[in-house]
Structure formats: C-alpha cells, structure tokens
Design a protein around this ligand. Sequence first.
Ligand SMILES: [Zn+2]
Length: 460
Amino acid sequence: MRIQFCGGVRSVTGSMHVLEIGERRILLECGLYQGRRSEARKRNKELPFDASKIDHTVLSHAHIDHSGNLPNLVKSGYEGRITATEATADLARVLLRDSAHIAEKDAEYLNRKREPGEPEVEPLYTQQDADEAASRFDTVRYHETKEIAPGVRMTCYDAGHILGSAVTLYELEEKGKTVRLGFTGDLGRPHHPILRDPQLLPRIDYLITESTYGNRTHEAATSMKEKLFTVVNQTFDAGGRLVIPAFSVGRTQNLLYYMAELFQEGRMPKVPIFVDSPLAIDATKAYRDHPECYDAETKELLQAGGSVFGFDLVTYTRTTQQSKELNARKGPCIVISASGMCEGGRILHHLKHSIEEPRNTILIVGFQAEHTLGRRILERHSTVKIYGRKYHLGARVMKMNGFSAHADRDELATYVKHIPGLKSVFVVHGEESASLAFAAYLESMGIHAHVPYPLDYVEL
Ligand SMILES: [Zn+2]
C-alpha cells in the first residue's frame, strides 16, 4: 500500500492525497488550488488522478483549500460518497456555495472584458455543481469508527481548528498486514475558544501532518480576551469606532465568543456590535447548530444563561442596505466584517468611512499577505488607496496575532511527539520553507520526518 501526495505539498493550497490499498483508492481532501488565474484553473480542472477510480473521499474540515475542488471531482466522474463530520458537512455546504458564487462572478467579469472572437469563459464550477458535491456527504460522529471501503476503517478525533474539523485515523488492511495512518488535516491550538482542544491520536505507524506555521510561534491564545478588552475600552474612551477585518469562518466566531464572555462578566461596554458579512452570518448559523463540537467553557457559558452568538449587543446585517446604514451611524460601535485581508467585500466601505478619524481603531486579527490593503494598514502607510482613492491613515492600528486557528511550531511538535508508535512523519501543507524547517525540527527531536514533492509516492 502507498500514499500519493497530490496537492498542498510544499505549498498551502489544493490539499489532496490518495491512499492506495491494493485496488482500493481513498482520497483525503480535495482542496482548491489558489494562485495565478490561468494556472489555478488548469490545476483545478485537471485532477492528477482518475476521479472515477476513487472509491471514497474523506474531508477533514470545510476550509476551501481542503474542500473547494470537490465540485470538480464530482464533475470529473467521481461516483462515491464524501465522509465528514456533520458540522463539516454543514459548513462545507455554505463555503462551497460561496466559492461557486465567486467563480460565477469571476467568469461574468472576464466575459464582460472579452475581446470579440474570444471564447466565452465558463465558471470553474457553478452553485448547482457545489450543491451536487454537497449532496454526496455522509456524516460520521467524532470517535465513531466507520468502514469506508472493504478493509479501510476511519475514525475522527477533535482537531480544534474550525467547527467540525477532525484529525483522522485510518486502519488499512492488505494481505493480512494492517497499517495505522493518521492525518492532522489542519491542527488547531489548545485553549482556543468554542472548540475542544486538539485530541491526541492513539498508537499509529505513520502521520501526515500540516506545517502551515512549522517555522513560527504565536502569542498565547489565553491572553486574547484581556487584550481585546483593552482595545475595546481604549476605543470607546476615545469615543471612537472599532473596525475589525476578519475571516468569516472561525475568526469572526472567536471574536464574538470573547466579547460574549466579557459581556457575561459585565465588563463589555454597552456598545452595539455589528457582524456585517452574509458569509459570516451563514457560518455562524453552522456554529450555532452544532453545540456537540463545543468545549467545556462554552457549554458553561451557555448553561449560565449566556449566549455566544446572539447576546444583546450583537446585530447581524445581511443586506447591502443595512450595511450602508452602518456608515451613517453616529457614536461608538464595533464592526466585524470581511474580507480578512481587506482585499474586497464590505470591510472596504467601513475602512473608507473610518480610516481617517484618529479616535477610531482598526484591529488586525489575522495574517496579512504581502501586497494587500490589510498589510499596508498594518505597516501604517501614511496614505492608503481604497477603491482608487487615497485616504490618510489617521486611525489607530492595533494587532493581535494570537487568534490563529493553526498550531504553531511548538504546538505541532508537542502534538507529534506525544503520539505513540510513530515510524515516520510526512510533512505537508506549508510553504516549502515552513515544511522543511518543521521536518528538521522533528528530526532534531529524534522523529523521522520527510517532506514529499508534489505527486511523490511513499510506500507504507
Ligand atoms: Zn483550515
């Protein structure tokens, strides 16, 4: 038996690995490759394996870099089912539709710009394709062992990354030999809000691990609430507005959780909080619908009569009209909106109206890639461009980097170190430098680690 590392290897998007056990083929993840448009299109359309030969697919969590190419898998002739936790299936349904919507808008834009005689651009996939893929989900509970193909059993453990996320364990049987393989998917952090902490795998032979932050360490997740408390109070003492660009899945719900705790403790100033993103509203609904994923602190908060996502100060704004009205509002408030790197979406309108005023605060809670507006704000450029117009950056800029949903190098290494029986670790899902650094770090701890190249096979 062997693994082929098909995508998200020495890179962070397009996660995809195929397990071959005799004639049986199991696909782990089917993530969207993101990069330059023409290359991304080709790589997402042309899968590196025959989709019709795959017997079963397992999805570790709903993020698009892990799930976003499922519609093309189905369009390419895949006839099997897709196993995931119930929460992942619900969240993936939302995210796949959103991804299809973006693809449709993108094709519309390209077709408007098309020169006469050029062929029409088809969207990468449509909302109908996304729904078709989502109809293939079979759900499984955490810790329930399921036979997904003859002689192939899998079990989900908490990954603590986003709602529904799982570390998966595979027991693979071929000709009387059994191999136990673990796959981290994306691994979360201990003490992260709402979700249970990542759970250690029992004895396995091999592990495929992510390495997004394989060469970095984060702020402690435990200090986030107090930091948020300070930023919120300083902004309101100044009579300003707090604008938080945030990813719609995970980051937004974690912010709400800390604010809900402060509210429950009577420490949250009585100012309105607006969650202004239709995707965040849909994702928050999935979070609300799956209390079986919550950790003990979140359950306690609910039992004490608190509410994480609907406490008195919170308003969700879905329509464009409601969003526009926020800008005309007077007085302090908190606005949480997407996109997280300020590259598009409603956050741009909020920044336009808030960025020049020194009483306001822009709170950066996520990674900001190079060449994004979020990065320029973080670097405090004196003027920034929004929709082609220059604005003076007068607002205060604060940063909190402990919100990351990924384990950092030390947390990943601690996790790997405590798994009994490991013969070898395959390091994937990281920029090449991060994966190599993490593999070297594991080796320095006496753990055999290997960073495969794309399309490499490894015999088990
Ligand atoms: Zn993820």
